[in-house]
Design a protein around this ligand. Structure first.
Ligand code: SF4
Length: 416
C-alpha cells in the first residue's frame, strides 16, 4: 500500500477540523447568496421534490455560471416542477428550454434519468450518494454527493473545481490536481471535513467560499473565514517552511502531494501557487461552411431553412442552418463549391457556387473545439421541395428561429 501522505497535507487534528467547520458555517450563515434552489431545498417538505430541485440545479451548474443558470432554472422548474412532469416532456421541449446554456447532452440525460426514476424506481429518487450514482444516468460522484448531502442530509463530502482550489490551498497541495492520486486524496479530505450535522450547508459553504472568496486569480484572504487553517496563506506570510525536517514537514523532494522539485513555490504568486494542473491540450481547430437559405413565406415574410443535427455527438438534436464541415486550408472557391454541392443534395436542384453570398466568419469556442463558421447566404426565388429522406428540416420565421432549439453558435451566425 502507498505510504500515507505527510501530516501537513491532512486534516488530522480533530480540534482543528471542528474549528474550521464552525468558522466556515458561521460565515455561510452570514454571507450566503440567495439562490432559488437553496430556498427550495430549505423549505420543500417533500424529500423527493427536494432531491429533484437540487439535481436540476447541479446539472445546470456543471460548466455554467450561477448568474446564467438562475433564469434557466426558474423557467425549468415552472415548466416541469416534478420528476413526473419532466418524464412526460419531449426531447424537443427540453432542447428548446436548454438552448443557450451549452453542453446540451446534460438536458437530454436529465430527462432520460427522470424517465428512469418514474418507470423503474416507482417515481422515488434514490436517497444515498452511492445509489444516486449507481442508478441515475449522468449523475457522477460529485452530483450524487451534492444531492445526497443537500437534499437528504447524508454526511458525505463533495469535490468540484471550487473545492479543489480551496483544499489545495488549505493544505499546500501542489501535485497536479487533476491526477487520480491527488483527486483521491481530495475526496478523502472532503469526507473527513464535512460537518456531520449540517453536511449540505457545509458542502455549499465550501463551494461558496471557492466561488466568492478563494477565487482563482485574486483571492480575498484578508476576509477569509478559514485563513487561520490555511497553510498557503501562512506560507505567504511567513515564507518557506524551515529546512530542518519536523513533524509537519514533508520528506525531502519525494512527497507525492508537494509541488514537483522542478516547479517549486514561487513567492510572487503567493497562495495562487495552488492548485496546479498539467497543461491543457489546446482546442482542436475546425472550419464549417454554413448557409442561411431565405425564401418568401406564404404571407410575404422571410423564412429560413433550419435542419436537425444527428441525435448523438456535438450539439445532438439541435437545429442549425445547413452546414458542412470543411477540410483545413481549403481555397475559398473550393469551399463554395463544396457548400453548393451540399445544398444541392438538400434542395434537389442545382445551386450555383457563385450565387452564394459570403457574409463573414463567426468564431465560437466549444470546450475542446475552436470552431470557425464560414457564413454564406442564399436568397431563393421559387419554392423548394426538400428531400424527406434527409434529416428533419423546416422553414422558420425570425421569431420561430429564436424560439427553436438552436445553439448559441447558430445565434451568432444569425447575428452575422
Ligand atoms: Fe483561500 Fe486565502 Fe482563504 Fe487560504 S486564506 S482558503 S488561500 S482565501
Amino acid at each position: 500500500a502507498p505510504a500515507p501522505p505527510p501530516a501537513r497535507h491532512l486534516f488530522s487534528d480533530p480540534a482543528e477540523v471542528e474549528a474550521l467547520r464552525g468558522n466556515l458555517l458561521a460565515w455561510y450563515d452570514r454571507c450566503k447568496r440567495d439562490l432559488p434552489w437553496r430556498a427550495l431545498a430549505a423549505t420543500e417538505p417533500d424529500a423527493n421534490k427536494r432531491g429533484y430541485a437540487v439535481w436540476v440545479s447541479e446539472i445546470m451548474l456543471q460548466q455554467t455560471q450561477v448568474a446564467t443558470v438562475i433564469d434557466y432554472y426558474n423557467r425549468w422548474m415552472q415548466k416541469w416542477p416534478t420528476l413526473q412532469a419532466l418524464a412526460q416532456a419531449s426531447l424537443e421541449e427540453v432542447n428548446e428550454l436548454w438552448a443557450g446554456l451549452g453542453y446540451y447532452s446534460r438536458g437530454k440525460r436529465l430527462q432520460e434519468a427522470a424517465r428512469k426514476v418514474v418507470s423503474e424506481l416507482a417515481g422515488q429518487m434514490p436517497r444515498t450518494a452511492e445509489d444516486l450514482q449507481k442508478l441515475l444516468p449522468g449523475v457522477g460522484r460529485y452530483t450524487a454527493g451534492a444531492i445526497a448531502s443537500i437534499s437528504y442530509g447524508q454526511a458525505t463530502g463533495v469535490v468540484d473545481g471550487n473545492v479543489i482550489r480551496v483544499l489545495c490551498r488549505l493544505r499546500c497541495i501542489g501535485a497536479d490536481s487533476s491526477s487520480p492520486a491527488a483527486i483521491d486524496r481530495l475526496w478523502d479530505m472532503a469526507n473527513v471535513l464535512v460537518d456531520r450535522s449540517r453536511p449540505g450547508d457545509f458542502n455549499q459553504a465550501l463551494m461558496e467560499l471557492g466561488a466568492t472568496v478563494c477565487v482563482p486569480k485574486a483571492p480575498l484572504c484578508g476576509e477569509c473565514p478559514v485563513k487561520q487553517h490555511c497553510q498557503a496563506w501562512r506560507r505567504k506570510l511567513f515564507g518557506n517552511p524551515p529546512k530542518a525536517p519536523d513533524i509537519e514537514d514533508c520528506g525531502v523532494g519525494d512527497c507525492p502531494l508537494c509541488p514537483p522539485a522542478t516547479e517549486p513555490w514561487d513567492s510572487s504568486l503567493g497562495v495562487t501557487n495552488f492548485p496546479r494542473k498539467a497543461a491543457k491540450k489546446p482546442p482542436r481547430a475546425m472550419r464549417t461552411a454554413t448557409c442561411v437559405l431565405e425564401r418568401r413565406g406564404c404571407h410575404g415574410a422571410p423564412e429560413y431553412l433550419i435542419v436537425q443535427r444527428p441525435s448523438s455527438g456535438l450539439l445532438a438534436g439541435l437545429w442549425e442552418f445547413p452546414s458542412l464541415p470543411l477540410a483545413q486550408d481549403l481555397q475559398e472557391e473550393r469551399e463554395r463549391e463544396e457548400l453548393a454541392d451540399h445544398l444541392q443534395a438538400w434542395m434537389g436542384q442545382p445551386v450555383a457556387a457563385k450565387g452564394l453570398q459570403f457574409i463573414g466568419e463567426v468564431i465560437h469556442i466549444f470546450s475542446h473545439i475552436h470552431q470557425t463558421y464560414v457564413v454564406y447566404s442564399l436568397p431563393l426565388d421559387g419554392d423548394v421541395t426538400l428531400d424527406p429522406a434527409l434529416s428533419p428540416s423546416r422553414w422558420v420565421t425570425q421569431d420561430e428561429f429564436h424560439a427553436s432549439a438552436v445553439s448559441t453558435a447558430m445565434k451568432k451566425v444569425w447575428e452575422a
